[in-house]
Design a protein around this ligand. Sequence first.
Ligand code: 13P
Ligand code: ZN
Length: 270
Amino acid sequence: MKDVLTAPFMVEMIRTITNMYNHGWDERNGGNISLMLDEKEVAEYLDIENVLRTIPTGFNAPSLVGKYFLVTGTGKYFKNVQYDPERNLGIFRIAEDAQTAELLWGYCDGGQFTSELPAHLMSHMARLTVDPANRVVMHCHPANILAMTYVHDLDEVKFTRTLWQMCTECIVVFPEGVNVLPWMLCGTNEIGEATAEKMKTARIVVWSQHGIYGAGKDLDETFGLIETVEKAAEIYMKIAHLPLVNTITDDQLHQLEKRFNVKAREGYLN
Ligand code: 13P
Ligand code: ZN
């Protein structure tokens, strides 16, 4: 059996987490990631018959039965993951009953998966119905997108249009726009269900006054998606208090659609 710390999925996960910390998106234990793994790739590194312990999830995930996930631990600091992956991360499989995690590796101090597991696994279920290639759900607390939820209308059309106008390539990276939830209590099944519902129509869900969720087919793509939204929010926060002299017009956004062969969310452009 090969050393799981050398697995490409593990190396990529640790690099991504470290990079997110270095971007200032994950203070203290802020943020969490879940990466879906193939049974075959897990079996190269772990004895999949050897369940270390079982942990109830507190919700039903019927379409994820038998699926494997690499997930950050609750209360763990992104800053520390690279130095002690086995304490800060875990690999588990969703058991036959659809509401138990079968731990195969990690959480070695007796810990468990992120408190936001409902939002993660429910979002995986939702994204897989619209994109079978989805493997990643990523949550973090980037300062500018968070700041924007204090000063900008939370209407999804208005919020999306503002972001698209902040950098030319935004509409190319997230043509479906961003969905927005009002402030809700985090770590609950309720916010998980609300996030998953929003994930059916966009890969980005903003949690007002809290942070952001992104989904995608791999860690790089999902990181890049959040990075682009956060950059747009940064521009907005730099200019929101200044008189607006220029912008990207709807006609120019239509030109971008054509040039990059993307379709803006229906009804979002004039
Ligand atoms: P966890 O430490 O449980 O992952 O929670 C961090 C967080 O960002 C909550 O929204
Ligand atoms: Zn959070």
